[in-house]
Design a protein around this ligand. Structure first.
Ligand code: BDR
Ligand code: CA
Length: 314
């Protein structure tokens, strides 16, 4: 197989959009086959996110429905975990009344194993896009220490590197949901790109731009339009926003078209651990390059906004 993606995800409203970008053909986007979709507990529990993934792939049409779905970790490696039902709805998809689709079957192989198998099958050709807590990736790394060499690239949505968190005061959701896993992953993958909450805040979309992402006639656009419009009804605050943020779609954009990154820096990143303390899930950057105990990562600073408007349209 030529280059392919493995997507690790906890769908999730913005995950659903990112999945559509990878699975919907478009003249505006490079097409990269998806070798496997792995689920991980995050925005909601593992049963709900796995059910969401299976349903979304069924709703996104024939090509998407061929993607194998692998159930992943039901909770963090250590500590209390986190969920974000207040953002994504109790079912993770905005409390949608779903219409019947032929849901994709769940594969028996667990997520961490599937990630390793994909990487071994196509060494140097798989880009891993991690859109949820990093539990599965950390487990896979423990089972296969050569994983960093086997993967072509890793793109992670996670981290708040300037002290402004979105789940706690200073921590971003995907990292604080499993800080032990995040620290392990950030310590071991030199060709990892971090699409942070800071980069997400720097790319707000107007309501019109947001709507334009789902304005088309593809099955994915129709599905996302219904999900978003339903969310407007169930959470009136969602409808009234002056702008919309799309963290996971930005990470998917970086994975599909690295040239969308117009500025990035490389530094080491560390994750704090201490449930109940202000350090829990904090991503601390070695801005002065004072340390040498882990490889530096690429931290995205700026994205090409016009290109994003093309890439996020499904
Ligand atoms: C991340 O947290 C989740 O709620 C989103 O799906 C995204 O992956 C943003 O901090
Ligand atoms: Ca997510």
């Amino acid at each position: 197989m030529l280059n392919a993606l493995v997507i690790d995800t906890d769908p999730g409203l913005d995950d659903a959009h990112a999945l559509a970008m990878a699975l919907t053909p478009s003249a505006q986007r490079p097409h990269v086959p998806v070798a496997a979709l792995c689920t991980v507990a995050g925005n909601t529990g593992i049963d709900a996110v796995t059910a969401n993934a299976r349903w979304l792939l069924g709703a996104y049409g024939e090509q998407a429905a061929r993607t194998p779905v692998h159930r992943g970790a039901a909770g963090p490696l250590a500590g209390p975990g986190a969920e974000a039902a207040h953002i994504h709805g109790g079912d993770g998809l905005g409390d949608l009344t779903r219409w019947p689709v032929t849901e994709v079957k769940e594969d028996d192989v667990p997520a961490a194993r599937a990630l390793i198998d994909s990487a071994r099958r196509d060494p140097g050709r798989i880009t891993l896009v991690a859109l949820g807590p990093l539990t599965n990736v950390a487990l896979a790394l423990r089972l296969e220490p050569r994983l960093p060499q086997l993967l072509k690239r890793v793109v992670v949505m996670g981290g708040a590197v300037h002290g402004r968190g979105n789940h706690t005061l200073n921590a971003e959701f995907n990292i604080v949901a499993d800080p032990a896993a995040a620290d392990l992953v950030l310590a071991h993958f030199p060709h990892l790109t971090l699409l942070t909450w800071d980069a997400t805040l720097a790319c707000p979309f107007t309501p019109d731009e947001f709507e334009s992402f789902f304005g088309g006639e593809t099955e994915a656009a129709t599905t996302l339009r219904r999900i978003v419009h339903n969310r407007y009804l169930t959470d009136p605050g969602y409808a009234d926003r002056s702008h919309y943020l799309r963290p996971d779609p930005l990470a998917m954009a970086v994975a599909l078209d690295p040239t969308v990154v117009t500025r990035a820096v490389r530094h080491r990143v560390y994750v704090g651990y201490g449930p109940g303390t202000l350090q829990h899930g904090v991503t601390a950057v070695d801005w002065q390059d004072a340390r040498s105990d882990r490889p530096p990562l690429t931290i995205v600073q700026e994205l090409d906004r016009n290109r994003l408007l093309e890439l996020l349209r499904v």
